[in-house]
Structure formats: structure tokens, C-alpha cells
Design a protein around this ligand. Structure first.
Ligand SMILES: [Zn+2]
Length: 354
């Protein structure tokens, strides 16, 4: 038993060391090469500050109105090319947000280049930070959804998956205080056939991707810019996927936008022909959730907070405490489950092959 445990801990240690060594080597390469190369792409001082002061912005080359009345699918990773983009054209898309510390700098970087993107926001996140959704819309971006809580729809029943989709739309629309685009992206790009049919029936467009920026891997901004530009060179045109919940994505976007401009790429902005109205029950759910989160107000920021009553503040504090307690219990449960999983079935000494 003890020997097995020791062997396991040795293996774990080796795994961690390998991981650390690899991370160090990536950092070292960046220090030597790619950071300097990114500096050659654009130095921080040369990054534009705002659209008005930008003499040569990336801008929007073309606006395409998307008609989803018979459903629609885009993105070469999963669907066939519909001729949406011409050579050297890109669509910028951001998933999983909004998150203030990431989405706001991204909105600023896009504004500084006078350009726009499509945000596939997670319903629960939008309900948490509704003012960011409204800011994105005010800046001319298109907002769709990415389910209520980023569930893998392959793992749900049809009814469960439909609820995730509808609540996603309902929550983002409640945050926006207006109906949003009938634009949807599957979390993990996990698209069950039955849900593709469902979305077509609901007149919702499905957006897959052409190039994954791999920003979830934690590479440096410089590394990401080089990697994306290399993929773009191969493909020529692309719907690009980013995540506005990753710190390095927020750091990388200003450099990437400059690199796109220098590389002669053009941004295509997608706007919907119609907006989407989720079922009444899901809209009521989103409204209830928003009311609970923000004490009956749909904005946690600015004037709402200033005029907030004592009792609402108290209620919020109580809910935070409750959430904290809930998280603690969940962590304890997970560690118990992990311990259970790691418990060896074979209790004798470790059998070695050599
Ligand atoms: Zn996602």
C-alpha cells in the first residue's frame, strides 16, 4: 500500500517537473525570440490609443447581414464553406465572457482600431456583468450566445440542451435589455446532430470556427500572434476564435489587430437580419436570476449601486457568504471524490515490468 502510494507520488512529481520544465523552455524561447519579433510587429508605444487618433485603423472592410431564417452554419472546422469570406478576410469572435478585466481591455483595443467583433457570451456571465454586454452593443459589436453555463451539450438530454440554449439567449438579452442576434456557438464545439436540427428549427445560426487561436493554452501574447498569423497565411481567410476570459488574450489582442493590419487582412463584421426571442419561461427565468443577482436592478455598476438600499446590499452580502460556503463544500466534495478515484483497486505492492 505504502509502496504503491510512493510510486504514485513519484510519478506525480515527475509529471509536474516535466510540465514546469516545458513552461520554462517556452518562456525562455519567448525571451530570446518571439517577444522581440512581436516588438517588430508593433511596439507598445505604436499601438493606437483610440479610433479618433488612429490615422490608419484596421477598421471594418465589409458588413455582412446574416439571414438565419432557414438556419445557417459557418466555420470550416465543422461545416462546409458557404463563401462567407473572401481571401484575406477575417471575422473576430470571442467566447465565454463577459469578464470585466478581460472583456473591457478587448473592447478598448477593438475600438482603438475602429473595428468590431462577434461575442458569444455565456448567459450566466452576461447576467453577472450586464453592463459589459450593453457596452459591447453600444460599440457596434454583435452579441450572440454560447449557452447558459457553458455546458457540453453532448452530455445532456435534448430537453436539457435546449434549456441551455434558450436560457443563454434569454440571459444575454436580459443583460442587453434588448433581443440579441440569433447567433450561437456550441461550447467545446460539441454539436449533437439533434441540437443542430433544433437550432435550425428555431431559426438560429450556428457559428463554428476556422482557426482556434489556442489562447486557452496560456502561451505568451507574442507566441499567440505569431501562431495565428502563420495559420492565417496558410488558410488565407478565417473565422478566428478567442476567449475573452483569458488574461493573455486581453494582452494579445492589440498586437494581433496591428499585425492583421500590417499583414493586409480585412475585418468582416457580421450582423443579424433578425433578432431572437426565447420562450417566455426562459425569459422569466433570466429575469428572476438577474433580479436575484442585482437586487431587482439590471445594472450592478454606476448609478444603480449608488442608489442601492441598505437591505439590497445586505442581501447581496448574505448571498456572497452563501456562495462562498457553497464553494467550500463543493471543493471538499471534489477532493473526496478525487481521493476515492485515486484509491488503488489493487492494494498489494506495485508490480513493475522491469
Ligand atoms: Zn467556450
Amino acid at each position: 500500500m505504502r509502496i504503491a502510494r510512493k510510486a504514485r507520488s513519484r510519478r506525480r512529481h515527475a509529471r509536474r517537473t516535466r510540465h514546469r520544465r516545458r513552461a520554462r523552455s517556452i518562456r525562455r524561447t519567448d525571451k530570446r525570440g518571439s517577444v522581440r519579433k512581436a516588438a517588430a510587429l508593433a511596439s507598445p508605444a505604436n499601438l493606437p490609443k483610440s479610433c479618433a487618433d488612429n490615422p490608419d485603423p484596421l477598421a471594418v472592410a465589409r458588413v455582412v447581414t446574416i439571414d438565419t431564417s432557414h438556419g445557417a452554419t459557418f466555420g470550416g472546422v465543422q461545416y462546409k464553406d458557404t463563401g462567407l469570406l473572401k481571401d484575406k478576410e477575417v471575422v473576430l469572435t470571442f467566447d465565454d465572457g463577459p469578464m470585466p478585466s478581460r472583456t473591457l481591455p478587448i473592447l478598448k483595443a477593438l475600438e482603438a482600431e475602429c473595428t468590431t467583433a462577434v461575442f458569444f457570451s455565456v448567459g450566466r456571465m452576461a447576467a453577472e456583468y450586464p453592463h459589459i454586454i450593453r457596452q459591447a452593443l453600444a460599440l457596434g459589436h454583435t452579441v450572440g450566445t454560447h449557452t447558459w453555463s457553458h455546458a457540453n451539450l453532448r452530455r445532456l438530454s435534448k430537453a436539457g440542451a435546449a434549456r441551455q440554449i434558450e436560457r443563454g439567449f434569454a440571459a444575454v438579452a436580459a443583460a442587453a435589455r434588448q433581443p440579441i442576434a440569433p447567433f450561437f456557438r456550441f461550447p467545446y464545439l460539441a454539436a449533437p446532430k439533434v441540437m443542430e436540427t433544433y437550432l435550425r428549427g428555431r431559426k438560429i445560426g450556428i457559428f463554428s470556427i476556422d482557426i482556434d487561436s489556442r489562447d486557452w493554452r496560456g502561451y505568451s501574447p507574442a507566441h499567440m500572434v505569431r501562431w495565428i498569423m502563420a495559420r492565417l497565411k496558410e488558410r488565407g481567410k478565417a473565422i478566428l476564435l478567442f476567449h475573452d476570459i483569458k488574461p493573455n488574450t486581453a494582452r494579445m489582442v492589440p498586437y494581433l489587430l496591428r499585425a492583421l493590419k500590417t499583414g493586409g487582412y480585412r475585418v468582416v463584421h457580421l450582423v443579424p437580419k433578425t433578432t431572437y426571442r426565447p420562450p417566455e419561461a426562459d425569459r422569466a427565468f433570466a429575469a428572476r436570476f438577474m433580479a436575484r443577482r442585482h437586487g431587482g436592478r439590471a445594472s450592478p455598476a454606476g448609478e444603480a449601486r449608488a442608489s442601492e438600499g441598505e437591505s439590497a446590499a445586505r442581501a447581496r452580502r448574505a448571498s456572497v457568504t452563501k456562495a462562498r460556503r457553497h464553494r467550500k463544500h463543493r471543493r471538499a466534495r471534489h477532493s473526496r471524490q478525487r481521493a476515492e478515484l485515486e484509491r488503488p483497486v489493487w492494494n498489494g505492492p506495485e508490480i513493475s515490468s522491469n
